[in-house]
Every structure is written in C-alpha cells, then in structure tokens.
Design a protein around this ligand. Structure first.
Ligand SMILES: N[C@@H](CCC[C@H](N)C(=O)O)C(=O)O
Length: 276
C-alpha cells in the first residue's frame, strides 16, 4: 500500500507526517523504525499521524525513530497545527495528543504558537522511581567527589524531561551523558535529557538527547522543560529565547495561567509517498 506523506521540520527536528484523517495508518514498531531510518528509509526523528478526534480538530500520534509510541512532540505540534490551519482556513486549531489537548495558533512571521499547557512538576508525574524535589534531583554524572554535571531539574511536558544546567554542550559529552541517563533506573518510562547553558536571564542555549531518537537538532518539549527548570532555579525569568541546533524557539511560562507557550518556525521540506 502507498501512503502520501509530508516531510516537515520544526527548527530542524524533522518528521514524516501522514494524514490519517480518512484512512487509518497503523504501522508496526518495525515499520515506523524503517520509515525513520536515515540510511534506508525516508529518515526522520519522529513519525507523525494526523488522526480524527471527537473533541479536537485532530489527534496527533507520535512514534520515535526507535519505533516506540510516545505521548507528544512540541515541534510536531507546530507542524501539524500549520497543516490543519492551512486545510481549514482557521487561525487556531485544537490538537489532541496522548498527553492531552493543545491549542496551536498562527504567530508573527509565519511562525506557529502552541499552548503546551501547565508543566507537571510532581515527582510521580515525571515520573521518577522515587520521591525527590524535582527542582534538583539526586543524580550526577562523573566522579562522586567531582561530578561533571549534577542535580538536574525534572519536568514533564506530557513527556518526561531532565535538564542539566551546564556549559558542557559538546557532541561527545551530550551523546555519552544523554545515552547513559535516557535509560537510568530513576526514570521508569525513560527520559529526554536536556543540557541547558544559561546565557542571560532571557536566553538559553540548549541541546537535547531525546528518548528514542538520540541527539536531535531541536526538541520543543525539551525547550519548554528547560525554561521551566531554569526559572524554578532562579537562573532565568519566565520567558526566554531558546537556541537549539536548528534555530530559535521562544518559550513563555505564563504567570496568570501557568501554561507554557512555545513559538517557533515550521518548514515543509517536500512531499512523497511511503510503501507499506
Ligand atoms: N521532538 C520532540 C519530542 C519527541 C518525543 C520524545 N523523544 C519523547 O520520547 O518523549 C519535541 O519537539 O518535543
């Protein structure tokens, strides 16, 4: 069977997006992995299906590159928002996910803003395997008496994140530490691992080792988690530009609503079709 797809990216985090509003799209984990494979498939960080929903404009399903189904994806929400707004002519659409409904709206300069809802900050909401203060959890990497990074913040944006505050952002360190922490027993559902270097109270440089996808050029939920983790530690205010490898995201943790708003670019790279 052949399925048309859109190849899109949000700040360099790239997706194969399949419209499943009319015809169901139910790849196995193996098929999802094959599609995501950069050597032999279309190649992407996440595979995305746009499905019908009773309570929203659509439901967005997310497969990581390793074939696992996960709760949500911030950058893909902007891409799907753009697709739905273009198709319907609306300026604002509701996209349901396994993490709950989100609202995507048009923003300045062709960008898209997504209301990611409130961060979940309880230890059991991340989830962690044991009770800890999520502003700085008991975790360190490196020698016990001279850790390279330690006491990261933990935040759920519907998916689990841990954020180290560090200026060590080189490829080798991010890959080695990210892959080590992704499956640490403290995180029963695995974790996305962020490395945040605070450049100013309104400016963060971020790299993210994603659960199930490895080092990506951007992680939208990771950028939201980084701002929340930094703000909770007094390292930034509640708004910041977050520079990722593939561009810049603007994150606001709105004081009145407690919701996290993410604004950033969306790009359609090409169209194609999948053989399933
Ligand atoms: N790229 C994403 C997050 C995708 C899912 C993540 N790897 C997970 O397993 O939770 C984003 O932009 O948020």
């Amino acid at each position: 069977m052949t399925r048309p797809f859109l190849k899109m990216n949000g700040a360099g985090n790239d997706f194969v997006v399949v419209n499943a509003l009319e015809t169901p799209f139910t790849p196995t984990a193996e098929q999802a992995r094959a599609i995501a494979d950069r050597a032999t498939g279309q190649g992407c960080d996440q595979l995305i299906a746009i499905e019908p929903s009773d309570r929203a404009d659509a439901f967005m399903r997310v497969w990581n590159a390793d074939g696992g189904v996960v709760e949500t994806c911030g950058n893909a929400l902007r891409c799907v928002g753009q697709v739905l707004m273009q198709a319907t002519g609306k300026d604002r659409v509701i996209i349901d996910t396994a993490a709950g409904p989100t609202v995507a709206a048009r923003a300045a300069d062709g960008q898209v803003r997504v209301d990611m809802g409130p961060p979940r900050l309880g230890w059991d909401e991340i989830p962690l395997a044991e009770e800890m203060d999520t502003r700085g959890i008991e975790l360190q990497v490196g020698p016990i008496d001279a850790p390279l990074v330690h006491t990261p913040g933990a935040v759920s944006m519907g998916n689990p994140h841990v954020v180290f505050f560090t200026d060590r952002l080189d490829d080798g360190f991010v890959r080695a530490t990210g892959s080590l922490i992704e499956h640490h027993p403290l995180f029963p559902e695995g974790v996305n691992v962020g490395f945040a270097h605070v450049l100013a109270p309104d400016h963060i440089r971020l790299r993210v080792w994603e659960r199930g996808a490895g080092l990506t050029r951007a992680c939208g939920t990771g950028a939201c988690a980084a701002l929340v983790a930094c703000a909770r530690r007094g390292l930034t205010g509640r708004s910041a530009a977050v520079d990722v490898d593939g561009g810049r995201l603007f994150i606001d943790w709105d004081e009145a609503t407690g919701h996290v708003l993410m604004t950033g670019p969306v790009e359609l790279e090409r169209t194609g079709s999948l053989e399933l």
